[in-house]
Design a protein around this ligand. Structure first.
Ligand code: ADP
Ligand code: MG
Ligand code: MG
Length: 523
């Protein structure tokens, strides 16, 4: 017998009730900017700039155990400081990234080369991290018996994002949407748990991100009006997750400019001993940049040519505060996450930042993580990848979704990777990846997923009976490298992202349509 996480969930609503609620919700979404640019008409055209469709969202909030939600929030400050500390620990980065990954991963090598070339010649001691730590619920009881539940749920970290962590604004608004439906319609009496707004925690995500950017801007201490630079992708569909951050900064009197790498390349210059970052903007004139906020630059496709890499390097060399700096981006590599899970790695780092009391709590959020190198742990990982791939996911050092290899695909993928390589070459190639045990989310959840029409599907709410929700928690840290320990100038953690998808989909991209933006219903 499977014991549901929450009795009578998902509530079964008559179809008229679902239509009524989803009409209310869709208009709320459109009215409040829970929107995307529409998909481009063809792969070669840019998305239309004059219209929008609503982002996919869940009609109901999804049940999430309150204690584990609180745990994720309470561990976040330690995670933020841990990754800030890692980014300023050259010996650690050298050992983890500089000695293995970069020899077999061209993208990481490019980042690493910039890191090495700028690290001893920085004119800006401060860096800003806008982080998001992501988790899934793990049903320990499902290890043996599929679908069974014993109430033994654990919070397991999927990954820690240090660059372009998105959805802070949209998820804040989806929380508003769910609270609106709860308070104005009472969800038509769908479920007891939906009756109290106390079960729908307010989301501070957007505020945490904005405050981080504003503090960095203030710390830059410009003599004249300076601008915060949002580095964006061309044709970004998710622009309305970014614009609210800009608007909130502007409302505080902080100027903002959006530019792509290509535009920056044409317009930037570094002036003076202190390498002020200037942009010759065709409309705004010559402007000084205080903070460089990357919502692009996290993956290889953001660097179309050597020129874009040169642009990144010049930005890094400048006096502007980078969010993130190249070191902070490197610290977010999945390889770092794997190494932190090795025995005795966490303790010294946490004790440096005065968080040694968090060791156990943090370690409990780790899944089994393996390198694929010649160490005993690496050999064990390689063996597990061959003998029980059904329990694992293989991850490269990439961000943005769609890069992982799952389950039974792993052995064949590794065989292909190693084909034609001698033993030494094969081992080297494998080091571009980490192996992670699959987190097994509890059964018995479900939700109505509301998506805009596509060419294959009609608009509206569809009941997904078996869903999986991934929780993210945000943190903002403005810090500088200290002799031993990072010196923190601003730090605030909090706010969340909840993304929900049907269990059948391994990856959960919102923009690609697999998952929807959600909010937690604490139980
Ligand atoms: P990215 O940086 O590309 O987002 P992630 O590590 O978050 O990479 O993996 C992408 C998605 O794959 C996650 O959102 C989650 O749905 C799934 N995933 C990743 N790791 C695991 C895991 N250990 N167990 C189950 N699902 C996972
Ligand atoms: Mg990521
Ligand atoms: Mg992810």
């Amino acid at each position: 017998m499977s014991i549901p996480l929450l009795p009578s969930w998902p509530p079964s609503l008559p179809s008229e009730a679902v239509s009524y609620l989803s009409d209310q919700a869709t208009d709320y979404a459109l009215a409040h900017g829970i929107v995307y640019r529409p998909v481009a008409l063809s792969p070669t055209t840019a998305p239309a700039l004059d219209s929008a469709i609503h982002a996919p969202f869940s009609l109901l909030p999804s049940p999430f155990p309150r204690a584990l939600f609180d745990r994720a929030q309470s561990i976040q400050p330690a995670y933020d400081l841990l990754y800030a500390q890692v980014s300023s620990d050259h010996t650690f980065l050298q050992r983890v990234i500089g000695q293995s990954v970069i020899h077999v991963d061209e993208f990481q090598k490019q980042l690493w080369d910039i890191y090495i070339s700028v690290k001893d010649d920085l004119v800006q001691p401060l860096s800003l991290g806008l982080f998001r730590s992501d988790y899934l619920l793990h049903d320990a009881a499902s290890e043996g018996e599929k679908g069974s539940r014993s109430g033994e749920l654990e919070l397991k970290q999927v990954e820690f994002n240090t660059i372009s962590a998105s959805f802070g604004a949209l998820c804040t608004k989806v929380n508003g949407l769910h609270r609106h439906l709860a308070s104005t319609t009472d969800y038509l009496g769908a479920h007891e748990q939906l009756k109290s707004l106390d079960n729908l925690p307010l989301n501070a995500a957007q505020e945490v991100l904005i405050e981080g950017l504003a503090k960095a801007h203030a710390a830059y201490n410009a003599t004249a009006q300076a601008y915060v630079l949002f580095v964006v992708q061309e044709g970004e569909r998710n622009a309305f997750d970014q614009r609210p951050l800009e608007h909130a900064l502007q409302a505080q009197g902080i100027r903002v400019v959006r530019q792509t790498f290509a535009e920056i390349a044409q317009r930037m210059s570094l002036t003076g001993q202190d390498r002020k970052l200037l942009l010759a903007h065709p409309v705004l004139g010559e402007i000084e940049i205080s903070v460089v906020y990357y919502r692009a630059g996290y993956g290889p496709s953001d660097y179309a040519s050597a020129k874009d890499w040169e642009t990144r390097k010049q930005l890094e060399r400048s006096r502007a505060i980078k969010c993130p700096s190249i070191a902070v981006q490197l610290a977010g590599a999945k390889k770092v996450q794997q190494v932190l899970a090795e025995p005795d790695r966490l303790e010294p780092l946490l004790s440096t930042i005065g968080m040694e009391n968090k060791v156990n709590e943090m370690r409990e959020t780790f899944s089994d993580l393996y390198p694929l190198d010649t160490s005993p742990l690496g050999q064990k990982g390689y063996e597990l990848a061959q003998t029980e791939p059904q329990n694992f996911v293989l991850k490269p050092q990439r961000e943005g979704g769609g890069n992982n290899v799952y389950r039974e695909d792993i052995p064949g993928f590794l065989a292909q990777l190693e084909a034609g390589e001698g033993e030494k070459g094969a081992v080297a190639k494998r080091q571009a990846y980490i192996l992670m045990s699959l987190i097994k989310p509890p059964a018995g959840l479900g939700n109505y997923l509301v998506k805009a029409a596509t060419k294959d599907a009609r608009a509206g709410a569809v009941l997904a009976k078996d869903t999986v929700s991934e929780l993210g928690v945000y943190g903002a840290v403005l810090f500088e490298n200290g002799a031993e320990k990072v010196k923190v100038h601003h730090h605030r953690s909090g706010g969340y992202l909840l993304r929900t998808k049907g269990r059948e989909s391994d990856e959960g991209g919102v923009a690609v349509g697999f998952s929807v933006i959600d909010s937690p219903l604490l139980i």
